[in-house]
Ligand binder design. Sequence first.
Ligand SMILES: [Zn+2]
Ligand SMILES: [Zn+2]
Length: 394
Amino acid sequence: MELKKEMYKIEDTMKKEIENISDYIFKNPELGNTEFKSSMYLTETLEKYGFSVEKNYCGMETAFRGEIKNGEGPKIAFLAEYDALPGYGPEKKPGHACGHNWIAASTCGAAIVLSKLINKINGTVVLIGTPAEETIGGKVPMVEKGAFDNIDIVLQMHLESRNNIACTTLAIDCLKFQFRGKAAHAAAHPEQGINALDAVNLMYSGIGCLRQHITSDARIHGVITSGGSAPNIVPDFTECKFHIRAGKRKYLDELTEKVVNIAKGAALMTGTSVMYEKFENSFDDLINLPTLQSLMKENLEEVGIENILTEKESLSGSSDIGNVSQVCPTMYTEIKLETKENCYVHDEEFLNYVNSSQSYDKLHKGVKAMCGVAIDIFENKELLRKIKEEFDKM
Ligand SMILES: [Zn+2]
Ligand SMILES: [Zn+2]
């Protein structure tokens, strides 16, 4: 408890510096995998506080890992995100409409606050910079390269329209299908043609039929990206793209197989050939661990955050943090951004708030709560044992 009080005081003295991180990244919005200024700002901040920093982490130019340690205790990693979204304002420029400036400031803030207490901690404080959440899902290749293998706990927060410690993210597969047939004059020699548009159309209908027989958490949504070139030519090439999602990876694997079988069926019916591949990384669902959730709830309440959702309430999108949670105990928390009217991530309006005084208030509370969870785990060996036991069961 003493250490936590000291941490709160340290955070209070570092407020300006933590706000500066949010402000710098907000004013320099960079798209996924091109976050050069943002990652440099973050790594320079870590170096200033005595962290040893590895740049180009996992062979990714804008990824990094910073560490500061004392003793052989737990390794606790905070995950920074710092990619922006395209197409905001009259000039349709990149903007931080998902508040990743705030994520970077909260997680880097937590790491540098704890670095000031490192002599009183037995363990390692890690900040991992994870690029391109909005595009390829940078954490996916990082998981594959073992970036989280020797980490005990991962912590991250996101601004949202509610406080939530029971976040769900859907597992997702992203598949592209290409049908190939044979071109012919559509009126003079239609019997010579093999119609790839029919194939893509039958596939779309087949998926429509499948939708009646899937669980309510699943989602299948797609577009036809190529449907032929002229009405008087039998289309010899068509393409469609689908996102297939479900609450659990295991069920999603079954569902994806069914969608692939529909494509094969459509090809068989029309005499076309079909090829398919993933066009974006697959994400897994987010795993929540009860001990970590209640630890976060206590620490949020200690800093004055109330009305916290503790039960899964609604479905959400998909995120690469899910993949991290499958290999390492992860606590992902949503923090309510108080605005006059509810506004949501990726809204243009969200940009007015993610670097505002309202967001700074939540930023400092978020930093304190994440540091509090870390201190609890550093100080109480039993907690980590329990969390790992829950994780192994999952
Ligand atoms: Zn987003
Ligand atoms: Zn986001």
